[in-house]
Design a protein around this ligand. Sequence first.
Ligand SMILES: [Zn+2]
Length: 374
Amino acid sequence: MTTERRPKWRIDDVIARTDLAHLLDELAQPAAHNSRGRRWHCPLPSHDDQHPSVTMHTDHRGHERWRCWSGDDTHRGDAIDLVAATQRLPHVEAVDWLARRAGMIPDQPLPPIRRKSRPSTPRFVPLSDVVVEYATACERILWTNTGRPVREWLHGRGFDDDLIRANHIGADPGRSMFRRAKGLPHGASIGAVFPALDPDGRIRYLQTRYLDPGNGPKYDNPASSLGTNPRVAWTRSTAPVDIPVLVVCEGIPDALTAAGAGHRSVAVLGSQAPDQSVATRIAAQAEDHGLNVMAIIDNDDAGRSWGGRLQTLLADHDIALEIVEPPETGLDLNAWANRDAQWARCLGGSRPPVTTDAVEPHVAAARLADLDVP
Ligand SMILES: [Zn+2]
């Protein structure tokens, strides 16, 4: 009989061979992906976590950590804490448990370290040809008799034919007239199709806006299996005016309003807050073309919090985002422009400050009010 030597592993060696996201997948119940990153239900047996409260992050020393945001500060830690808590093991045994899981065998060379997954970034799905084919078909339909109601709706929003063509806007006549592949906008009723373009004008994604959505959703996107939402949609401006400003808007129709007035504009897609990747891409365009950046937000609390978030993110890129609110409660840029043809004065007369100090939205609005004096 031999006495077995208890392996003594270096914690760093074990942690380096442990992918915390994969471990959470094994030991906690994963929740569906969303654009803000991954979440899990709390793995602690004592916590009946109805909502997925656990997120993970990498700390400043490069160590992966998880945390349950339910309010109990003990539901957090590294991979070893996770194993200790879920397997009810003392810490040293949790280290052994992870070493075994990583294929580490005493007195043998350590297995190679594999690159860890990046759980905060959902998997990127390239755009399917099916989506571009749908956009192209809808653009063709727009200019036929069938597309007339959509054309009239677009004209009613202030979009002229040049702008509509430059941005490849289309008409979805509804699924009863136009059969489509699974995963495309459902087409319960007639809708306008707004492609999301990249900075070079290529179609990267789209949103269908039902003209009369009833109780259903106003906007419909392709399924994530047909392409990852790029979160930013660039527009093509017509009759460009030479003002070095990039206008950032909360949706494609508002961005088209700015583009129709000749301005460079970009829409941020989705109802959730802008993230770092949105800010990085906006900052890159602004820097490449020497542009100041101005957000024209919806005049409501959601718009102000959206603008504030984008301002914070862009400050990390040394960009001072100026925020402008339409002059009346509830107004968005499109509605504002349809009421006041002179709305774009807010772009011409003002320049963002050179510092990255936050500009309070009400200050920008006050400046705007000054401009309204004839
Ligand atoms: Zn918990």
